[in-house]
Design a protein around this ligand. Structure first.
Ligand code: NAP
Length: 259
């Protein structure tokens, strides 16, 4: 399917690895030029090179921490006039509800709620002026079904979801859509980190930890970054202009719910 977005420009945050990288790849495959961000320069440059080689699009890299004001300023300076915004950042660490301090909450809210909100506030006026824009926020299945040990994520992402629900309806009349993609368990470094936690907590091997988590997914496997990216590219396509303020769960059926 021709997604109809060839020649547009996207900012993909936290995109050198994992789900962000999957989104960057799929957008580039559709002919979208990229501003690509992550903190570590080495992986960022390697991913940018692979994308240029594979799809021939322009990729501008900005190595910066997207959760800081200085980092965002650097990224946004390279991303003026973008048509597409994919927000993403690392997820907060796991833990126990009773152990988190105010600082822990502020850090999580800063990274996974206030950062995407600030990026939208920066990008939306330009999209509205052009009469076309697409925003996809990478959130988590935890907004539909909370994950007990990821309480910081549950909290911050619920706040972002509320902001998007209201804002998406305010900008839709200008041809700008905002939607959230909710990953369940995907095969990325983040999954390895969480599985490592399970091996330590339960005294089991990595293989056993993975098999245990995969068994909780009706699809019987972890998701892949490339199928996640394909969903993102569709939401950014010309065909998705009537999809507004939605929360699309990609979890292989793991959350047992009718809607
Ligand atoms: P990942 O494989 O660990 O990749 C994270 C990417 O984000 C890397 O490119 C990393 O590069 C970059 N990054 C991290 N923190 C950053 C920051 N502060 N500023 C700029 N770039 C940053 O993670 P993932 O699995 O793709 O997860 C992406 C998001 O989805 C996370 O918020 C995660 O919590 C959420 N999620 C993932 C899953 C899953 O199963 N994978 C499930 C639910 C939710 P640098 O480290 O070099 O910056």
């Amino acid at each position: 399917m021709d997604l109809g977005i060839k020649g547009k420009t996207a900012l993909v945050c936290a995109g050198s690895k994992g789900l962000g990288r999957g989104c960057a790849m799929a957008l580039a495959e559709a002919g979208v030029n990229l501003v690509l961000n992550a903190r570590g320069e080495q992986a960022l440059n390697a991913t940018a090179r692979q994308i240029r080689d594979a799809y021939g699009v322009t990729v501008v890299t900005v190595a910066a921490d997207i959760t800081t004001e200085e980092g965002r300023a650097k990224v946004l300076a390279a991303a003026t006039g973008i048509d597409i915004l994919v927000t993403n950042a690392g997820g907060p660490p796991p833990g126990l509800w009773s152990d988190w301090s105010r600082d822990d909450f502020i850090k999580a809210i800063d990274g996974n709620m206030l950062t995407p909100i600030a990026l939208m506030q920066a990008a939306l006026p330009g999209m509205i002026a052009k009469g076309w824009g697409r925003v996809v926020n990478i959130t988590s299945g935890s907004v539909k079904a909370p994950i007990p040990q990821l309480g910081l994520s549950n909290t911050a992402r619920a706040g972002l979801t509320g902001f998007v629900a209201g804002t998406a309806r305010q900008v839709a009349g200008h041809g700008v859509t905002i939607n959230n993609l909710l990953p369940g368990i995907h095969d990325t470094d983040r999954a390895v980190a969480l599985d490592t936690g399970v091996t330590k907590a339960e005294g089991i091997t990595m293989e056993q930890a993975r098999a245990k988590r995969a068994a909780t997914i009706p699809a019987g496997r972890y998701g892949t970054a490339s199928e996640f990216g394909a969903a993102c590219a569709f939401l950014c396509s010309q065909h998705a202009g009537f999809i507004v303020g939605q929360n699309l769960l990609l979890d292989g059926g793991a959350i047992n719910a009718t809607l």
